[in-house]
Design a protein. Structure first.
Length: 291
């Protein structure tokens, strides 16, 4: 396909020929090597937060702008500085972070996001996702089951934002509401679900075998529940029924040090929760009771 397209482009005598490559970086590099007619190649592959350093394959400048729409790239073109010995002099490239202080959401991008979410709903990717078994070999039972014994902790959980995490995907964040932004439901988006429901690996965005599928099939796993931090509870319940209470406690125990070092950061990472500060957030959800 590309050879014919290149001929058509060259016939129009453009100032620059640009290729948009929806490919990983290695494949994009191979395209630049195979089709040196292009001056600029924008590749979708690459790191999430690029440094803004272009790569030159022959005379072709290959650039990327990262993932999740967090950055935009700007190319400066200086034809008078063209140098066959150093083609990089023709261009300048920089990455600009689309921060909230300088940039706001636009209606056009909201349309794109709505289209994307509608497509996810149509494809039903969350339900079709091939699940993996949890390393512990147990299954998720839901917070209500946990609350049958751990009454005080369950009552505390009901008052937290964790309990309403799924609903926030429908209603939006408070700052979005205050800015009057159009709220787009994300309840079919695996990247959002992985931290707003129970039974997913949040960093890998993979559903565990007994994890949340959708509201109809697994309403008992709505929200960010106990088992996302403590692990699936079916094994714990069996140990309690066998009167192996110490082992039952051990299998679910998460120390404060573990939570501070790793557990919470599975969701409260720099991308999704840049203002996260463990000590102040912990005060909102702590549940020290041993009932």
């Amino acid at each position: 396909v590309l050879p014919d397209v290149i001929k058509q482009m060259q016939a129009a005598k453009p100032d620059l020929m640009i290729l948009l490559s929806q490919s990983e970086k290695d494949e994009s590099k191979a395209l630049a090597e195979k089709f040196p007619e292009f001056d600029i190649l924008l590749t979708a592959g690459g790191v999430e937060d690029p440094l803004g350093e272009p790569a030159f394959i022959g005379k072709t400048m290959m650039v990327d702008v990262g993932h999740k729409g967090k950055s935009a790239g700007v190319v400066g073109y200086y034809p008078d500085q063209a140098d066959k010995a150093d083609p990089s002099k023709r261009f300048r490239f920089t990455v600009i972070e689309l921060d909230k202080q300088r940039f706001q959401n636009t209606p056009k991008m909201a349309e794109h996001m709505q289209f994307y979410q509608d497509r996810l709903k149509q494809e039903d990717l969350a339900a079709k996702e091939l699940p993996i078994d949890h390393p512990r070999g147990a299954t998720f039972v839901g917070a209500e089951t946990c609350g049958e014994c751990h009454t005080k902790a369950y009552e505390k959980w009901l008052t937290t934002a964790h309990a309403h995490a799924y609903q926030s995907l429908i209603e939006g964040r408070q700052d979005q509401i205050e800015r009057g932004e159009k709220i787009i439901s994300r309840i079919y988006d695996p990247e959002c679900l992985s931290c707003h429901v129970t039974g997913w690996h949040p960093q890998e965005v993979i559903r565990y075998t007994s994890g949340f599928v959708n509201k109809q099939e697994s309403p008992h796993l709505l929200g960010q529940q106990c088992e996302n931090c403590h692990g699936p509870g079916s094994g714990h319940i069996k140990l309690v029924e066998m009167d192996q209470l110490e082992e039952a406690k051990k299998v679910m125990r998460v120390t404060l040090a573990e939570a501070k070092k790793n557990t919470c950061y599975q969701c409260h990472d720099l991308d999704n929760s840049p203002k996260f500060e463990f000590d102040s957030y912990w005060e909102k959800i702590k549940h020290p009771w041993r009932d």
